[in-house]
Design a binder for this molecule. Structure first.
Ligand code: NAD
Ligand code: UDX
Length: 468
């Protein structure tokens, strides 16, 4: 079995950066180079202000950078000198052509594979880190073999999907539930490649948590894991609508069902909707694969998970409008949080985008504050709507004279605000719409707020405003 001492990773994003930093930290005997076509991104990785916000990441990068961890735009050079090449490029949903709006766009993956083929002069182990459709390894192998000028070069392809969640990437990477490695374990070379990668992880992950599988199972497991996680959120969000209609409390329902060890307590937080770059994209991709195999009913089952998520976001908008006497035209609505979850500055597919657009369509003036998301990112996400949006550097400014506040992200700091002080500077009646169930609703009501908390019994004030 080949002993790995040089690794490179193509793609210095949310996955490539933290994952490679962790390998460098735990494997001081391995030289790790992370490469990207984006010069600004690499410059940021080499600076004091990393391109992504992730608790604990700065410390890990600082401990290794310049020693055995390097960030560079020299993709070709890194490929040539590495025995093992991770590919962690983006695989977004296709925007045009066949499978548009559903299938994964493998343009970046294929381009990386072509560069690997062109630059490889000796055997390489290629590790799929990106989330890809089932049987991508087969296609990639063809691209590699047919574009490499030296027929003696052997490429062993592994699938090693990443399960980290943003905001907790460093703790997830430090102590993963499991590491999954898929390979051609039916042949000797394939098994040796799997063993080589397993040995890298064994520097810090207990061996019994390093699972091996065949390539197709590993690829599919990643899509399945994200689909199952998202399905739990859509299930509890579906319950939140029923709770509001019946006077039940979704937090109590979640607690009650979560204590059944077969169900378990995690991922049962009702919310304004799941966001992030993975869930929707991966479910659509999974459903598209089902469709391609003629499994319409299976595809429809998974599409409904995304459908429920869309329903939850539009339901939230409708509730804001109806509670505020059916008109929010020219009302200042403060939006606390814009990131898709706390402890990240990432806004990809954040529910705040759809909710924000819905509120603006009804004429609202949005006042947005997020501790990590910068104004230029919000302007990019809300293109064409910035006439109705002001971004603030403090929550206090966003809340001044606001008619209502919507909680879009579960940032801890929102819980510790002085809500009495906030009430005093808002217009009356002052509304709170808690899309993350993080605030103390009884306390808010004592202060005088009209409170809508997702999945909780509806305030009499709101009921009467809605004519119920
Ligand atoms: P990202 O967009 O943050 O990073 C991808 C990087 O790849 C970009 O910096 C881009 O410039 C670079 N790139 C694209 N083509 C390239 C090429 N040919 N050569 C060199 N660099 C190239 O994406 P991400 O969030 O890190 O996700 C990467 C993959 O990992 C995706 O497939 C995603 O589904 C999967 N994934 C993401 C997460 C997550 O939490 N973000 C978790 C698990 C898996
Ligand atoms: C997800 C998977 O968890 C991770 O394993 C995979 O590698 C990448 O995709 P991520 O999207 O970073 O990770 O964050 P996650 O914690 O899964 O949250 C996704 C979305 O679901 C967020 O918007 C979050 O707020 C929401 N969520 C999560 C809920 O609404 N309720 C919950 O109970 C849990």
């Amino acid at each position: 079995m080949v002993k790995i001492t040089t690794i490179c990773c193509i793609g210095a994003g949310y996955v490539g950066g933290p994952t490679m930093a962790m390998i460098a930290l735990k494997c001081p005997h391995i030289k790790v180079t992370v490469v990207d076509i984006s010069q600004p991104r690499i410059d940021a990785w080499n600076s004091d202000e990393l391109p992504i916000y992730e608790p604990g990441l700065d410390e890990v990068v600082k401990a290794c950078r310049g020693k055995n961890l390097f960030f560079s735009t020299d993709v070709a050079g890194a490929i040539r000198e590495s025995q093992m090449i991770f590919v962690s490029v983006n695989t977004p949903t296709k925007k045009t052509g066949l499978g548009s709006g559903k299938a994964a766009d493998l343009t970046y993956w294929e381009s990386a594979a072509r560069t690997i083929a062109a630059e490889s002069k000796d055997n390489k182990i290629i590790v799929e880190k990106s989330t890809v459709p089932v049987r991508t390894a087969e296609a990639i192998e063809k691209v590699l073999k047919r574009n490499c000028s030296d027929a003696s070069v052997q490429f062993d392809i592994l699938s090693n999907p990443e399960f980290l969640a943003e905001g907790t990437a460093i703790s997830d990477l430090t102590a993963p539930d499991r590491v999954l490695i898929g390979g051609k374990i039916e042949n000797e070379a394939g098994q040796a490649a799997v063993d080589a990668l397993a040995e890298v992880y064994a520097n810090w992950v207990p061996k019994n948590q390093i699972i091996t599988a065949n390539l197709w199972s590993a690829e599919l497991s990643k899509l399945a894991a994200n689909a199952f996680l998202a399905q739990r959120i859509s299930s509890i969000n579906a319950m939140s609508a029923l709770c509001e209609a019946t006077g039940a409390d979704v937090a109590q329902v979640a607690h009650s069902i979560g204590t059944d060890s077969r169900i378990g307590p995690k991922f049962l937080n009702a919310s304004v909707g799941f966001g992030g770059s993975c869930f929707q994209k991966d479910i659509l991709n999974l459903a598209y694969i089902c469709e391609c195999h003629g499994l319409k009913e299976v595809a429809d089952y998974w599409y409904s998970v995304v459908g429920m998520n869309d329903y939850q976001k539009s339901r939230f908008v409708r509730r804001v409008v109806s509670a505020m006497f059916n008109t929010i035209r020219n009302k200042k609505i403060a939006m606390l949080g814009f990131a898709f979850k706390k402890d990240t500055g990432d806004t990809r597919e954040t529910p705040a985008i759809d909710v924000g657009k819905g509120l603006i369509e009804d004429g609202a003036q949005l006042a947005i504050y997020d501790p990590q998301v910068k104004e230029d990112q919000i302007a990019y996400d809300m293109e064409g709507m910035m006439g109705n949006i002001t971004c603030y550097k403090t929550a206090k400014e966003a809340l001044q004279d606001a008619h209502a506040v919507t909680i879009m992200t579960e940032w801890d700091e929102f819980k510790s605000y002085d809500w009495k002080e906030i009430y005093d500077v808002m217009q009356k009646p002052a509304f709170v719409f808690d899309g993350r169930l993080i605030l103390d609703h009884d306390h808010l009501r004592e202060i005088g707020f009209i409170v809508y908390a997702l999945g909780k019994p509806i305030d009499p004030f709101i009921k009467s405003a809605e004519g119920a």
